[in-house]
Design a protein around this ligand. Structure first.
Ligand code: ATP
Ligand code: MG
Ligand code: MG
Ligand code: MG
Length: 577
């Protein structure tokens, strides 16, 4: 590509409204342009990078046996009614009407549409297991879109859904996807950690997130310095597990945050006890909305919420107590809570149980609560009481702090910030039951399909990679993501026929060899050309100047190491391949 015929769009100044380095550099390097809050145009350089990521993802998914499909972004409300999420999803779901006044949504995820496909196409266990994926635009009406494409409203996701008749088969595919994700992030040259993730949205099933380590990340990751152990601190820091029946207050003592103390006081006030059958107590900062409104680490929490997810029986007991106590206590149904605080994968999520909510000041309703929360920035803790749910992976996580020995008995724990770039989940039968997606099993009986789902934030990866790979001069692309591998910078080409001739010849030769080359044929000063190419982050620079041509040589510069060498023109191709 010749820069004179390209849309380069580089900028010298750092845009004022871009807070994180990747957002600044994506604007300055001419990769994206903002159209409206959370909506971006990918300009040519950015699009090339995005396509690279897509391609690596596609290749590894196919290698792992997944099959590509493409579903519509606009989805009929009927399907969401069937799954229950038309009511449950909360304000991140953008709802629209067509000319006939029929309801639709802009898909934030595709469990409903894929279940609709599979229940029609698959009728026998013999057609399973099946893993279908797509790379497609999603829309989530994020409460606070920010950091450019890192948290946008419209974004590209790779989402895959697998279907099984046995849990073992699901676990097989889950493992295969786990490995495929590691391959993807390794190929993309990212420093990442798979971490045990909160399963709060769907219950006790297995879930892992993949985090790119970067200071601008929105999650805290606890990982061992000498084993593979890693967990989302959101989960880890606040998890307490009891082998024996455990009083809520005891578990609270293990969590030394001011919020937990407030919760503890509240729990004591209302004398909430866990019955002997309750095996697991998880306290976690629960919700996407909460994360979106999380105050800086040192800011005092202004509002503390306690969501108790128990069973009806338990809640009825508490409800009876509540009626006798004048307090800032709100009892709300699942639906009200979800409508107020939002839900979805990784958030508060669908639960079948009634959840009372306690907060540290009086509010009349859940929507008041959500409005206050959104304005003020707050910490949001939930308690998840699951009966008979074993979570061995988190069983030893108590009171996790940096420098602690790790939960698996190996090494010490580090805590780092992470950007969630992938999330895999064993869904079970939640959607297939609701949507009656079943097959005949080996015994000739109809059975609900067992599902897994596997997401990757394709567009977020582009930003996450830049967070990890930059210097004062701009982006330093990992090879697999670079928009071009080589740039040719001819010095004063418009004054030197010899420079022009060599540059044109080298450009043609590299292109013929299949190398992606950006040929800077603009009438610009060398300083401007260098600055632009460093900013865009092209791995290899070839400088052609009169000075070296007598020796049939050019200057080579490596973007990452900064090293320069003089190369014979004949050796350039081998050096950059
Ligand atoms: P987050 O916790 O960052 O809000 P999520 O848990 O809601 O993400 P998932 O439902 O797990 O997201 O979706 C799968 C992947 O899609 C995420 O791991 C992330 O990489 C990406 N993703 C989610 N929301 C956005 C967004 N608003 N902008 C860009 N990428 C996103
Ligand atoms: Mg989210
Ligand atoms: Mg997630
Ligand atoms: Mg998440």
């Amino acid at each position: 590509m010749r820069t004179s015929q390209y849309l380069l769009g580089t900028m010298k100044e750092t845009p004022a409204d871009a807070e994180v380095i990747s957002h600044q550099l994506m604007l300055r390097a001419g990769m994206v342009r903002k159209v409206a809050s959370g909506l971006y145009t990918w300009t040519p350089t950015g699009l090339r990078v995005l396509r690279k990521v897509e391609q690596v993802v596609r290749e590894e998914m196919e290698k792992a046996g997944a099959i590509e499909v493409l579903m519509p972004m606009v989805q009929p409300a009927d399907l969401w009614e069937e799954s229950g999420r038309w009511h449950d999803y909360g304000p991140e779901l953008l709802r629209i009407k067509d000319r006939h006044n029929r309801d639709f949504v802009l898909g934030p995820t595709h469990e409903e549409v894929i279940s609709e496909l599979v229940r029609k196409e698959i009728n026998s266990y013999k057609q399973l297991p099946l893993n279908l994926f797509q790379i497609q635009t999603k829309f989530r009406d994020e409460i606070r879109p920010r950091f450019g494409v890192m948290r946008s409203r419209e974004f590209i996701m790779k989402d895959a859904y697998s279907f099984h008749t046995t849990q073992e088969s699901l676990e097989d595919t889950y493992k295969t996807m786990f490995d495929a994700y590691c391959n993807i992030f390794n190929r993309l040259g990212l420093d990442f950690r798979p971490v045990i993730a909160d399963t709060g949205s769907i219950g006790g099933n297995m879930s892992h997130e993949f985090h790119v380590l970067a200071s601008s990340g929105e999650d805290d990751i606890a990982f061992s310095d000498s084993s593979d152990y890693a967990a989302n601190v959101e989960l880890a820091e606040a998890v307490a597990i009891a082998d024996e029946p455990l009083a809520a207050t005891q578990a609270m003592e293990k969590i030394a945050t001011p919020e937990a103390k407030t919760i503890k006081a509240l729990v004591e006030q209302f004398d909430i006890n866990i019955e002997s059958t309750v095996k697991t107590l998880i306290v976690h900062a629960a919700d996407t909305t909460a994360k979106d409104t999380k105050a800086p680490a040192n800011a005092p929490a202004k509002l503390v919420a306690l969501i108790i997810r128990g069973d009806h029986e338990l809640n009825e007991i508490k409800a009876a107590k509540h009626s006798a106590v004048a307090s800032p206590l709100v009892f709300a149904s699942d639906e009200e809570i979800r409508a107020a605080v939002g839900a979805g994968p990784g958030s508060l999520g669908p639960v079948n149980l009634t959840m009372p909510v306690i907060i540290d000041r009086a509010v009349a309703s859940m929507s008041d609560f959500a409005a206050g929360a959104n304005e003020e920035g707050f910490h949001f803790f939930g308690i998840n009481w699951n009966r008979d749910v074993a979570l061995p992976e988190v069983a030893d996580l108590r009171n996790v702090r940096a420098g602690d020995a790790s939960p698996d008995g190996k090494g010490t724990l580090n805590i780092a910030r992470g950007i969630e770039v992938g999330h895999i989940f064993q869904l079970g039968t939640k959607y297939s039951e609701a949507m009656k997606a079943g097959v005949l099993n080996e015994d000739g009986k109809n059975q609900s399909l067992i599902m897994g789902c596997y997401g990757i934030g394709v567009s977020r990866i582009v930003a996450a990679a830049i967070e990890q790979n930059n210097d004062a001069n701009g982006i330093i692309w990992p090879t697999a993501m670079a928009p071009y591998q080589v740039c040719i910078l001819p010095m004063n080409m418009h004054k030197s026929a010899r420079v022009q001739e060599v540059a044109e010849k080298l450009y043609a030769e590299l292109k013929a060899a299949g190398v992606e080359v950006l040929f800077d044929d603009r009438k610009e000063r060398p300083g401007v050309m260098f600055a632009d190419m460093e900013l865009i982050g092209i791995p290899h620079t070839i400088v052609i100047g009169e000075r070296n041509l007598d020796e049939q040589a050019v200057e080579y510069k490596n973007r990452r190491s900064g090293e320069k060498e003089t190369l014979k023109i004949a050796d350039v191709l081998a050096r950059v391949q």
